[in-house]
Design a protein around this ligand. Structure first.
Ligand code: NAD
Ligand code: UDP
Length: 315
């Protein structure tokens, strides 16, 4: 049956794919965004759909609508963007989720919070399991994001216990794909754009830190499964691809796949940059029957195509 669904941050990278998927399934979608890091371009193809509504709004302010489900995706996700105005980032996570939980409570809607692997900080448990409480610096340059997301998880659980709100928490691990902003400063966009433009590939630190990259269509499958999971499994659940590699290996893969002549240069490692990250996805497999399907080469191929087209358009 068609549902009324609110997607905050719907004009962003992941949000835009989610809006499209929900419309394709026949739902009515309200996409709410303040366009801090999102773009109208990401949702241009959806604007003609009569079941799609675009609202410019900031989730730090109250919002009223009648909806059945809320996907709270709004929050800058790349370190340079979330560190640009750290106080605003914290407000987006904390005031934003309070407003959305209030809306969910009034509408009796199910609400899903896009949390993050950053709640584990620089993890001492590897791979990361949901029962691990993490190793987060509360006063560092990443704290506005990490602690904001941790506080949002707390509020989700408190509204669940105190007000019986139907909540779902997902912890997203590094995700990539089309609709990423070429300028957003994350490693996937930086390396591909640098390689396509023949610029130096900037590795921060010595490149021995690891990440595990998930293609966006796999992630969106997991997100929708979690929201509609009939067994009332509320999480938190890790969603990511466990295939782990060092940042140096990743740089070499991008150079090989783009056929670029770019050379690798080393820059200082930003503060509190996690040394290792890999999701344990046993829980998602067991509770949701979910696991990623897209191989890194297939996903990166599509992402290179996207950035190549985007860079040519902007010339
Ligand atoms: P993104 O920056 O592309 O999208 C975020 C969207 O939220 C943008 O459209 C932005 O304009 C909007 N936004 C920001 N602040 C807002 C506010 N106050 N009010 C309304 N809209 C606001 O990032 P993304 O990669 O698509 O991430 C989406 C969500 O997933 C975020 O909550 C992020 O923390 C989470 N996440 C992403 C990743 C990843 O690898 N991409 C990893 C972990 C968690
Ligand atoms: N990184 C890098 N070069 C870049 C951008 C990022 O070496 O141009 C590194 C960054 O220091 C981190 C990893 O790549 O160790 C992933 O960074 P990203 O900003 O994509 O996300 P994070 O997982 O750190 O939130």
């Amino acid at each position: 049956m068609s549902k009324r669904i609110l997607v905050t941050g719907g004009a962003g990278f992941i949000g835009s794919h989610l809006c499209k998927r929900l419309l394709d399934e026949g739902n009515n979608v309200i996409c709410l965004d303040n366009f801090f890091t999102g773009s109208k371009k990401n949702i241009e193809e959806l604007l003609d759909n009569s079941r799609f509504e675009l609202v410019r709004h900031d989730i730090t302010k109250e919002y009223y609508a009648e909806v059945d489900q809320i996907y709270n995706m709004a929050c800058p996700a790349s370190p340079p963007h979330y560190q640009y105005n750290p106080i605003k980032t914290m407000k987006t996570s904390v005031l934003g989720i309070i407003n959305m939980l209030g809306l969910a409570k009034r509408c009796k809607a199910t609400i899903l919070q896009a949390s993050t692997s950053e709640v584990y900080g620089d993890p001492h448990v590897h791979p990361q399991v949901e029962t691990y409480w993490g190793n987060v610096n509360p006063i560092g340059i990443r704290s506005c994001y990490d602690e904001g997301k941790r506080c949002a998880e707390t509020l989700m659980m408190d509204y669940h216990r105190q007000n019986n709100v139907d909540t779902r928490i997902i912890r997203i691990f590094n995700t990539y794909g089309p609709n990423m902003d070429p300028q957003d400063g994350r490693v996937v966009s930086n390396f591909i754009v640098q390689a396509l433009q023949g610029q130096d590939i900037t590795i921060y630190g010595d490149g021995s830190q690891t990440r595990s990259f998930c293609y966006v269509s796999d992630l969106v499958d997991g997100i929708v499964k979690m929201m509609n999971n009939p067994q009332k499994f509320i999480g938190p659940v890790n969603l990511g691809n466990p295939s782990e590699r060092t940042i140096l290996e990743f740089a070499k893969l991008i150079i090989e796949m783009t056929g670029s002549k770019s050379k690798i240069v080393y820059k200082p490692l930003p503060g509190d940059d996690p040394t290792q990250r890999k999701p344990d996805i046993s829980l998602a497999k067991k509770e949701l029957g979910w696991e990623p399907k897209v191989d890194i080469r297939e996903g990166i191929e599509k992402t290179i195509e996207y950035f190549d087209k985007k860079l040519k358009e902007n010339k």
